[in-house]
Structures are given as structure tokens and as C-alpha cells.
Write a protein that binds this ligand. Structure first.
Ligand code: ARG
Length: 582
């Protein structure tokens, strides 16, 4: 619907160009907002205000001319001019009803029918395997997963890439420590069951024992030289570390599997070629023995040129070199139309450089879009980086267990007639959902304050609130002995509340489009929260099961069913399953 109105406004602008009211080079970006106050219509546009000055007209005058130039259609019921020159647009109710009837019969609720399918590569989670996953990896993992699922719902072919860090100098000390542990014939898998402790022990020895440090360095060289013994040790380590990650993904309900792992080491054989290619293109400069690329676009604070180092003096390759190889792989082998990188915002410069250089060097075609979708850091309630109680990094596994425990308390405080087993299941779903939702509902570009009290609560824009809203609709259907799919009868809109709810429901596809384009799951969260609110008002004001008017009852049941399905679909996109009761 939004798209249709945009098309109509474009047509109006073109019409005014023909009449000579607007100049031919006017190419406005048409912005349509959904006003909060419904008396301002269903959509509002500032178009007239943007175009008034060059057209030498008052904004209100131009607004009227635009309204008059909108082609005849059955989407817009009427337009008003408000304030300094806003155009407020009321939508034809019948069109909303038609859209909802269609959505009711569509498993995808009307999403994706107008989208050109693309191949989209999405790089997310991508932890370093030397250590255990911690709270910092949570954001990339769940934000990336939500974006991937949204793109899939739209009908795109989504290729997940877990670009795990499994290569680099820190593996030297890990292998050296592993060697010693194995010599004592201890069970390595057992020792590695706590990766964090293992890493710390290796690091401590590396810093304190020169002999150990030398051996660690020698092992890296051997590993990178393809030594079979080192590779074998390394593989054991990586295997166990990946299994830890998989446990976390499974608990989080994140769709990543071992098949999505495309590790840094997978690009090893390409790296010489990448450097050679940069040299052939005349892009390479030697600086203090290192091979670098300087691009005019990137300078430091003092205007000094910033290097992208692709090969160290000792011949070793870097994070950037691997990312160049990965960019080429995504273009050439995966045929990506779009490559998305869900990575910490602090890596913005790195990705800017990689994207620019990859294009300049011809590693990716101009047609492939490369997008860094950055996110802020996780903070504690004190606004300092989030730490565990002992001041260390918080392991994700522990964090999730705490979430389940806290959710258990919340559920127990609310309900008594559920079996212990049911309660435990619900607590686990609600706990994990709360952690995910709290993160996903914030604008990812900001730092995010992790706060148990606000996330595990039935109040406000939280997972427990939305899950509970779903169970309310569900239990109404159960009480009536009906399933959501077999409501018969037409939707009619007779009150302010059902019109409001219908309007909200009709917005779902356009919300999905903006989440997919901008990679902003918090748009969806905000929408689901508003939808649940609109349903609440509707439920209070409009009797459903007690209504004697059968046609009205059917219409309202249909709206309720659509609400439940939209909540379920929306939450599923966030990787959150619904509960039948709680
Ligand atoms: N392993 C990196 C880190 O933990 C993130 C990798 C992101 N993806 C990429 N293609 N660079 O910081």
C-alpha cells in the first residue's frame, strides 16, 4: 500500500513537471510517514515542503497542486493539507480489507510478493575460536540471524557465512599448551571443555616462560607451513571450539550450522594471489618492509595516509588480506548480489577500506552491494562494558542459564496451575527470548545496556509481554473451540479500534521491507509491540465471542487470527518461538 501511494505521488510530481509547475530536474525522495495521531490520516508526506522553494510557491499552495495532480485511483480515500504544508493521506478502507483478506490466505502473510529475489550473503556471528564465545558475540549472532530470516521470508536466497577466526598467532600458544597437556596424557577434550580457562593458562605461560613462548612461535610457523603434526593438533582444537559455538547456537535457536562455517583458514591458499593481484594493479606500496595499499579516501586525523596492510614484513598475512579473499569468493563463487557484514561498529574503517579496495582491485563487480551493518557494544547497568560478577568476561553459556533461572522466577510468580515440567520449558523459552529481544529491540547502531530487570518483565516492549499477548489470542480460540485457519466470513471495519488494528496488520509487509533493506530488526520489534497494543485496545472495546452478530463475530475473529499469526511470524523472524500458554 505504501508503495502504491509512493507511485501515485511520483505520478503527481511528473504531472506537475509537464504542466511546468515543477522543473524537470526535480527528483524528490518521497518520504511517507505513518503519523501517530490517526486524525492526521494513515500517511503523511512533507513532499510539498521539500519542493516549494525551487517551485517558487508556498508549501500549502504546492500541496494542493500535488493533491490535484494525483491520478484517479482506488487506494487513496482522501487528502488534507495540514500545518505548514504536510499532505495527510487517508487510505481507502476497502483496500486495507482486501489486503488483509489476501494475507489471511497467504502463509507468508502477504510478504515478499513484490520483491525481486536476490542472492544475499550474510556474514554473522564469526567469533574467534581461540576463546569461548562471550557476550560480545551475542549481538552479531542474533542480529545477523534475524536479518537472515527476514530476507529469507522475502524470498531471497540467503547464504550464511560464519567467518570464524581460526588462524593467527594466538594459536601458537594454544598448541604449545595442548602439546604439554597431551604429554601428561590428560584428556584434551576434557581440558578444552572450559576454553576460557585453557586460554588463560596458555596465555599465562606465554607471558611468563620464555621457553614456552619460543616454542609457541615456532609452532605457528610450522602450522602455517602446513606441518601435519601441527595441523592435526590445531584441527582438534578447532573442532572442540566449534562444538562449543554450536551448543550456544542451538540454545539460542540461531539457524547457524557447521555447514555455514567458512573459516579464515579456508582462504589461506588465496592470500599470495591476492597480494600478487594488488601488485599487478599497481596498488601495492612497500612501507617499512610491509606490503600496503594506500587509498586517497582514507586518511588519519592529521590527514596522513592510512595504510591497509596486506602482508607483514615476516611474510604473514592479515585480517584484511583474508577479507579481500572472502569478498572475491562471495562475488565469484557465491554470486552474491548483496554481501552483508554484521560486525561490531568499531570495525567500520576496516570494512570501508576493504569494500573500496575490493572494488578498485576488481575483486568484486560494481553491481554487488557490500554493506557493513555495525552494532554498538554491550554495556552493564553502570554504562561500563558488561562484565561478569567476578569482573571477567561473561561466558554466553552462563548468561543464558541465568536468563532461564530468572524467567523461571517470573513465571512462577504469575502462574500456579502449570506442571513443573511445563514451567521449566516455558522458563527456558521466555529466558532466551528475553535476552534476544532486549538486544534486537534497540537500534543496533547504539551501545546497548544489558539489564535483567527490564528484559525479564511483562511490562513494556519485552519478549514476555509479546509472548503473553500471543497466548491470550490463542486461548480465546481454544475457548471457542476454533482453529485460526478456519474462520469464515468477511472483515468489516466498524469501530475506531478494529480499524486501528486492521491498519496495523496491513503495515506488516512494509515493516519487513524496511528491516530487510536497512538491517534494522528493532523496526520489527517496535511494530510488534504496537500491534500487541492495538490488539489490546481492540479486545477491550470490541466483544468477540460474546457478540450476537455472527458476521461481526467472524470479522473480529479474523482480525484476531491475523494478529496472532503476525505476532508468531514476527517473533519467528527474531528467532523466538511462541508458546501456547504461559
Ligand atoms: N572474527 C572477527 C572478530 O571477532 C569478526 C569477523 C567478521 N567478519 C569478517 N568478514 N571480517 O572480530
Amino acid at each position: 500500500m505504501k508503495q502504491q501511494i509512493e507511485v501515485l505521488l511520483h505520478a503527481a510530481v511528473d504531472g506537475l513537471k509537464e504542466q511546468g509547475v515543477l522543473s524537470d530536474d526535480a527528483a524528490p525522495r518521497i518520504q511517507l510517514d505513518r503519523p501517530r495521531d490517526k486524525s492526521h490520516g494513515d500517511f503523511a508526506s512533507n513532499l510539498a515542503m521539500m519542493l516549494a522553494k525551487p517551485a517558487k510557491k508556498s508549501p500549502r499552495e504546492l500541496a494542493q497542486l500535488i493533491i490535484d495532480a494525483i491520478p484517479a485511483n482506488d487506494v487513496i480515500a482522501g487528502c488534507d493539507i495540514a500545518g505548514p504544508g504536510f499532505i495527510n493521506i487517508r487510505v481507502n478502507h476497502q483496500r486495507i480489507i482486501d489486503q488483509l483478506e489476501q494475507a489471511f490466505h497467504d502463509p507468508r502473510l502477504g510478504v515478499g510478493s513484490s520483491v525481486d529475489a536476490q542472492t544475499i550473503v550474510i556474514d554473522y556471528s564469526s567469533p574467534n575460536l581461540a576463546k569461548e564465545m562471550h557476550v560480545g558475540h551475542l549481538r552479531s549472532t542474533i542480529i545477523g540471524d534475524a536479518i537472515a530470516r527476514t530476507l529469507e521470508l522475502q524470498g531471497h536466497q540467503v547464504i550464511r557465512q560464519n567467518h570464524v577466526g581460526d588462524w593467527g598467532t594466538q594459536f601458537g600458544m594454544l598448541l604449545a599448551h595442548m602439546e604439554d597437556v597431551q604429554k601428561e596424557s590428560a584428556d584434551v577434550a576434557l581440558q578444552l571443555s572450559d576454553l576460557e580457562t585453557f586460554y588463560k593458562a596458555a596465555k599465562k605461560r606465554f607471558d611468563a616462560e620464555p621457553e614456552f613462548a619460543d616454542r609457541a612461535r615456532a609452532l605457528v610457523v610450522k602450522l602455517q607451513g602446513g606441518d601435519a603434526y601441527c595441523l592435526n593438533l590445531w584441527r582438534q582444537f578447532i573442532d572442540i571450539s566449534l562444538a562449543h559455538c554450536q551448543e550456544v547456537y542451538d540454545r539460542l535457536g540461531v539457524k547457524l550450522t557447521r555447514d555455514d562455517v567458512m573459516a579464515e583458514s579456508a582462504y589461506n591458499d588465496e592470500l599470495h594471489g591476492i597480494v600478487a593481484l594488488l601488485r599487478d594493479k599497481g596498488l601495492l606500496v612497500e612501507d617499512q618492509g610491509a606490503q600496503c595499499v594506500f587509498l586517497d579516501e582514507f586518511t588519519g586525523k592529521e590527514g596522513e595516509p592510512l595504510p591497509i596492510i596486506v602482508q607483514k614484513k615476516d611474510g604473514g598475512f592479515l585480517y584484511a588480506t583474508t577479507d579481500l579473499a572472502a569478498a572475491r569468493y562471495r562475488a565469484e563463487k557465491l554470486h552474491a548480489d548483496r554481501a552483508i557484514y554484521v560486525v561490531d561498529a568499531r570495525q567500520a574503517l576496516h570494512f570501508n577500506q576493504i569494500f573500496t579496495l575490493a572494488r578498485k582491485a576488481g575483486l568484486v563487480p560494481a553491481s554487488m552491494s557490500m554493506e557493513h551493518m555495525g552494532f554498538g557494544v554491550v554495556l552493564g547497568k553502570d554504562n561500563r562494558p558488561f562484565k561478569s560478577r567476578d569482573g571477567g568476561v561473561t561466558k554466553l553459556a552462563d548468561l543464558l542459564s541465568e536468563a532461564e533461572r530468572r524467567a523461571g522466577d517470573l513465571i512462577a510468580s504469575k502462574n500456579t496451575d502449570l506442571s513443573a515440567e511445563e514451567q521449566a520449558h516455558i522458563a527456558s523459552v521466555v529466558g532466551i527470548a528475553a535476552v534476544k529481544y532486549a538486544d534486537l529491540s534497540k537500534n543496533r547502531t547504539s551501545d546497548y545496556v544489558f539489564d535483567w530487570d527490564t528484559m525479564i518483565s511483562f511490562e513494556g516492549n519485552t519478549a514476555p509481554y509479546l509472548l503473553y499477548a500471543y497466548t491470550r489470542v490463542n486461548s480465546m480460540f481454544q475457548k471457542a473451540g476454533l482453529t485460526m485457519g478456519d474462520v469464515e466470513g468477511a472483515i468489516t471495519l466498524s469501530t475506531e479500534q478494529d480499524t486501528n488494528l486492521a491498519n496495523k496488520l496491513a503495515q506488516f509487509p512494509e515493516i519487513i521491507t524496511s528491516v530487510a533493506n536497512k538491517g534494522m530488526p528493532h523496526f520489527l520489534c517496535g511494530y510488534l509491540f504496537e500491534l500487541a497494543g492495538a490488539f489490546s485496545s481492540f479486545y477491550e472495546a470490541c466483544p468477540i465471542l460474546n457478540s450476537d452478530d455472527e458476521a461481526l463475530k467472524a470479522s473480529r475473529l479474523k482480525l484476531a487470527a491475523l494478529t496472532a499469526r503476525t505476532l508468531e511470524q514476527g517473533l519467528a523472524l527474531l528467532g523466538i518461538p511462541v508458546l501456547k500458554r504461559m
